[in-house]
Ligand binder design. Structure first.
Ligand SMILES: Cc1ncc(COP(=O)(O)O)c(C=O)c1O
Length: 462
């Protein structure tokens, strides 16, 4: 089957095998899957088979593939000012920064500034610089199950040892703390009665200098900041109890530890609020964003930091830089995204669709209660945790089979062939992390539930 004017799929895969690095995530599936087209909630293979996408580029394409309004913004900028060195100014950069800072001021009552970069990990690096510069400390707290990217600095605060193992010693490796993953409480407690015991344990670290993080004589911590995701993304869309971050923030504040909120995956309404942290009633010191701000069109990431941390005196020109950091194409799309968000009630839209899909997933859990241990969701960030028949032992093999089977493109509904695009995450790689397009329709959600049901039935029987 011809995949481009010159190459068949087989030829493309042979070339890829020979000339492309395997170092990215492509070869998680063998053979890698090739897509040639996309529209709305669908990816299309070379045969024209639609694959309903429930992960939307890990939430980067939240507003739907080839969103016409955002694509037009990109095209307009392409025809006007497609390139400009970051040392000069263009209007879109300033407007995006102002809108984000004004939103944070209105929402949190805190003044701040925005700094741009091009990818999530790079923005995390910039946030680390801000923390180190302000506190003079290079060590951070972060959560087990947290993911902040794969540059060296971001890997040092990402819990998975797999991402660090081959790269020598990480002297600035974070101190990793248990996340309130209540379905698998590491203390074996129940949410209804635990009174956030896990947060108590974190707080106890500061009770004595011998617990290794705090010098009571001078009232100083060895750690500059605590890096959090409001809902763990790669960790399996784990939603913490509502009150958890309030307690954590109190502990951090008491010990002069900054709170850095990584919103790269959950920000821009994925959880039904502009920032995911708005669901939890705390004000972070720094917010890191990326992905959906440009719908994945031209990468743009950045940080918002409280004024005190990022004053021009403290963080002067040249403190950090990338050639592409506030690129004109990315900022033009980001501006259009922000305008779009102001014109429609995304909070309502995302929460309504999320509630519908969550109810459907709970129905799916009823039908497959032997193998779906947990279903949960916040806005349109939803999780389906695949377990063995005891309801708790992770079943990675079944999750992998379902994932691979969905990509075969041979499911059937309404007399038509479909595929289903899923993402597998979680501490045990047994969780479907669902982040569908915000533009997904009821019919598409019904189709998603039907295709998931078919996949569970087919793969359980294998
Ligand atoms: C929460 C979070 N932080 C950081 C990153 C890294 O972003 P990027 O892949 O753009 O470097 C990701 C990417 O998935 C993420 O989900």
């Amino acid at each position: 089957m011809a995949i481009s004017k010159t190459l068949t799929t087989a030829e493309l895969l042979a070339l890829e095998k020979k000339y492309c690095s395997f170092g990215d995530t492509v070869h998680y599936l063998d053979p890698p899957k090739v897509f040639v087209n996309c529209e709305g909630s669908y990816l299309y293979d070379e045969r024209g088979t639609p694959y309903l996408d429930l992960q939307m580029w890990y939430s980067a394409a939240s507003f739907g593939y080839r969103n016409s309004r955002l694509n037009e913004a990109l095209k307009r900028q392409l025809d006007r000012l497609p390139q400009l060195a970051c040392q000069y100014l263009h209007a879109e950069k300033v407007e995006v920064a102002a809108r984000i800072a004004q939103y944070c001021e209105k929402r949190f009552g805190v003044k701040g500034r925005v700094h741009f970069n091009v990818g999530g990990s790079q923005a995390i690096e910039d946030s680390l610089k801000i923390v180190r510069n302000y506190t003079g400390k290079s060590l951070m707290f972060a959560f087990m199950g947290g993911y902040h990217g794969r540059t060296l600095g971001a890997s040092a605060i990402t819990s998975s040892y797999r991402y660090r193992r081959r790269y020598g010693h990480f002297g600035d490796r974070a101190q990793f703390v248990f996340f309130p993953y209540c379905f698998r409480c590491l203390y074996g407690l129940r949410r209804e009665t635990c009174n956030l015991y896990c947060e108590d344990q974190f707080e106890k670290l500061f009770a004595s200098e011998y617990h290794s993080v705090w010098d009571p004589k001078v009232q100083a911590a060895e750690y500059g900041a605590f890096y959090i995701e409001p809902v763990q993304g790669t960790g399996g869309y784990v939603i913490p109890p509502k009150e958890y971050f309030v307690r954590l923030k109190e502990t951090c504040e008491k010990h002069k530890i900054l709170l850095v909120d990584d919103e790269i995956q959950m920000g821009i309404y994925r959880t039904g609020k502009f920032w995911g942290i708005e669901n939890f009633g705390v004000v972070p010191d720094i917010i890191v964003f990326g992905k959906a701000l440009t719908n994945g069109l031209n990468p743009l990431s950045g940080i918002w930091a409280r004024e005190e941390l990022i004053t021009p005196e403290l963080f002067p020109p040249g403190s950090t830089h990338s050639t592409f950091s506030s690129n004109t194409l990315g900022t033009a799309v980001a501006l259009e995204t922000l305008k779009m968000l102001e014109e429609e009630d995304y909070q309502k839209l995302v929460n309504e669709k999320g509630a519908y899909l969550l109810a459907g997933l709970r129905g799916l859990q009823q039908r497959h209660r032997e193998v779906i241990g947990d279903v949960d969701g916040l806005g349109l960030a939803l999780r389906v945790e695949v377990c063995k028949e005891d309801g708790i032992t992770p079943d990675r093999e079944l999750a992998d089979r379902i994932f691979a089977e969905g990509l075969k493109g041979n499911l059937e509904a309404g007399g038509r062939k479909y595929g289903l695009v899923l993402d597998v995450g979680g501490y045990y790689k047994n969780v479907f992390t669902l982040s569908p397009s915000f533009a997904i329709t009821r019919e598409e959600m019904d189709l998603a539930l039907e295709l998931l049901d078919q996949l569970f039935r087919r793969c359980r029987a294998q």
